[in-house]
Design a protein. Sequence first.
Length: 182
Amino acid sequence: MIYQESNFYHVYNRGCNKENIFFSESDYNNLLSRIDETKDRKNIEIITYCLMPNHYHFLLYQDSERPVSDWLKSLFSGYVQRINRKYDRTGTLFERSAKPKLVTDDNYLIELIHYIHANPLKHNFVVNPIGWKYSSLPYYLNNEQNKLMSQRAILKYFSDSFNYQESFHEYLESKKYEEEIK
């Protein structure tokens, strides 16, 4: 895929053999710190994210000509090296390179935000997605500022956190999260 400036991308990946990519709370926190340290240098905006034991989802906005893939390679090569050292392991952690999908439709973008936030529920990690702490959902629901996230989507598509809460509740009620997103 050719990444282009001023576009949204859904990026996701999972562990090799569907195995875990996070083994402890410190692993999640380490990746979140790496994201915070690198996203601005690479002109990446994090719109939505969810980190789960064996996979992740990001909705990103590429704010320059520098492709999202450059940031992803840098971010995850450092993370994999750290995990391999920490757990005395070798080889690949991920099944393949991150899968990107260009997002050009506003309705699809809104559904994707909900899908990413509901993913821990879909995979039975929680009974309520609000309980998953490695996600951008709390910031959407409470309209909180977060140094990791851009406010671009919430300001454009939802007038405030209450609007997002209502929209997300409808999404959960519909059980659309049980379907694979296309």
